[in-house]
Write a protein that binds this ligand. Sequence first.
Ligand SMILES: [Zn+2]
Length: 241
Amino acid sequence: MATDNPNHYGPGHPKWGHYGELRPSQIEKIRSATPVAFVPWGALEWHCNHDPIGLDSTKAQGICVELARATGGVVLPPIPMGVNTIKPYKGFGHTIDFSADLATRVAEELCLQLADESFKLVILFTGHYPPEQIDALEAGAERARKKVKDTKFVVWADNLLMGDAFKADHAGATETSFQMLFEPGSVDFSGLPAGALTLDQHGVTGDDPREASAERGQRQLDVVLKNGIPQVQDWLRNMGY
Ligand SMILES: [Zn+2]
């Protein structure tokens, strides 16, 4: 992903970067201009035969990168820790399911550590968002809020930023379009049966994924950014940045 950022390894002041790929002086420059840390939160979860297992991580990271490119900030590696995945829910395999308690602890420690590193806005951005996942991350953020007062901790998800324009789904046309946009060549429809795909049989909700395209993914991303960028900028402005 580093190569898509023209400022990344060049001279001057990078506006954003992947945290693990930045040198200390680059982190300091980004942080002093825009003290935001985006934490993409994903999962390793069955998304039917056509989509990769890491779709939620790919989606969350792709969106966080585009937000950071616009607002500035750092993007952490995606945390592949799905709570209440489709494995316990509907019995689909190839899935690594995590307890809510562990996700809460990881969320809390990431929030506290990023605050300790002087980031003033920490956004846990999850691509996997059953209520149990949101509750687990919120519980971690809330623990951090009780300990640290001068950093804002936010739990966000792409379904909150799409408005009525696109329906959130699981491995349907919306998620599959994001996958096609962010990882071209990673989707393969050839293993799908003819006819309608269902939650119980295939682990798919929403519009048929065969309606997906990278072009639709770009339109979805445009909506997410149109709603998301001003919100991040507002949070920063309200904190004096
Ligand atoms: Zn998903």
